[in-house]
Design a protein around this ligand. Structure first.
Ligand code: CA
Length: 224
């Protein structure tokens, strides 16, 4: 969940629209009051924070977030008009994870968000994942089957990782598209089946643990 704090309605709507189109869930807030109410209910994965806001400005919001242990680690990207204001902000080292100079394109915004999220997550990842001789190291991006190394494509790796992190859970094709391809375009569900097919083949005897749940999707069964 990405929270966007931006007082200009048209920009805020564009941001949340672009994020949702890229597979994220997003909520927009016009000021700090609404934003802090939402944070108290559900902490976001990342905050996109405009600096010039009515009431508390973006810098004050950032300071509040950083000073509370419950919210101190939430990644924040600051957005601000190009020029002196922006230079001042970036020079201050206020503890934001990144800065976007306005005006920025939605593609740029989404790729910056992805980059910050990628940097933010590794610390929480378990060292290795696996069962019964299958061993995945998500950090080193390696997979071994009974000690023999197997090469997976990026998508196959991401699919298997998702299953290993959630054994027994059924994923629909739509969910897999959203989480692995970061798209929710329903017409592409066939892509999921193709990748699941090649993944199973590469997994050899472990492939049979990846079950098709008829009419629903796929599930990893770790118990025989
Ligand atoms: Ca503004």
């Amino acid at each position: 969940m990405i929270y966007c704090v931006e007082d200009e309605d048209s920009i805020r709507n564009l941001m949340t629209y672009a994020l949702e189109a890229s597979g994220f869930t997003a909520k927009g807030f016009p000021d700090s009051v609404e934003f802090f109410k939402a944070v108290a209910e559900k902490k976001p994965d990342l905050v996109l924070l405009d600096i010039m806001l009515p009431g508390k400005d973006g810098l004050e919001i950032l300071r509040s977030l950083r000073s509370d242990p419950a919210t101190a680690k939430i990644p924040v990207i600051m957005a601000s008009a190009r020029g002196t204001e922006f230079d001042k902000v970036t020079g201050l080292d206020l503890g934001a994870d990144d800065y976007l100079a306005k005006p920025f394109g939605m593609m740029e915004m989404v790729s910056r968000i992805r980059a910050v999220l990628r940097r933010a997550t590794p610390a929480t990842v378990a060292a290795t994942l696996g069962f019964d001789g299958l061993c995945m190291d998500p950090n080193a991006h390696t997979l071994t089957l009974d000690g023999a190394s197997v090469v997976l494509t990026l998508k196959e790796f991401a699919l298997l990782r998702l299953f290993l992190e959630n054994p027994g859970q059924v994923f629909t094709r739509e969910q897999l598209l959203e989480q692995v391809w970061e798209t929710s375009y329903v017409g592409e569900t066939r892509t999921v089946d193709v990748h699941m097919g090649t993944l199973r083949t590469k997994l050899g005897r472990w492939g049979s643990h990846v079950r098709t749940v008829r009419g629903v999707g796929y599930r990893l069964e770790v118990q025989p």
